[in-house]
Design a protein around this ligand. Structure first.
Ligand code: HEC
Length: 133
């Protein structure tokens, strides 16, 4: 009986790991996975920042950025005049079906429908967003 009480005590104390530490670990892993998915799905056209050549607009600070506003990039009329802001929801719709979401865009269709894949790419895009707008 005594032993059982001790075991019960142990079982009750074990899960009490600090929640913040594991949240941080999850976030780090999501960003790493997102970076790999970005490399596979986006990097051939998009640099993460302006120090690398980029066929599409660089995506640094994209979350919260007005669409079509990267300085000096020659956007399609559709994107330049869309009037939208790149919120996480808009970026999900874009990854899912960019040509349906914004007819006339010059970005070739990507169809990333898996929400988990979208989550990871968003975590990565968030990590290269260092500026508040
Ligand atoms: C085949 C090349 C290509 C691929 C692959 C590609 N893009 Fe693009 N992307 C472009 C081009 C070109 C534009 C500019 C489109 C326009 O002007 O209409 C663009 C525009 C964008 C924009 C708008 C940026 C702004 O400044 O308004 C976002 C956001 C974006 N892409 C995200 C992504 C993400 C995320 C992926 C990967 C899931 C991806 N793109 C894959 C070529 C590509």
């Amino acid at each position: 009986m005594k032993r059982m009480t001790a075991a019960l005590c142990l079982a009750l104390t074990l899960p009490a790991l600090p929640a913040a530490a594991s949240e941080k670990t999850f976030q780090k892993i999501k960003i790493e996975a997102g970076e790999k998915l970005f490399e596979a799905e986006c990097r051939r056209c998009h640099a993460p920042d302006s120090t690398h050549a980029s066929y599409g607009p660089p995506l640094e600070n994209v979350i919260g950025r007005a669409a079509g506003s990267y300085p000096g990039y020659d956007y399609s009329a559709a994107l330049a005049s869309s009037g939208i802001v790149w919120t996480p929801a808009a970026l999900r719709a874009w990854m899912e079906d960019n040509t349906g979401f914004m007819p006339g865009t010059r970005m070739r269709h990507v169809g990333i429908k898996d929400r988990t894949v979208q989550d990871f790419i968003l975590a990565y895009l968030q990590s290269i967003t260092t500026q508040d707008r």
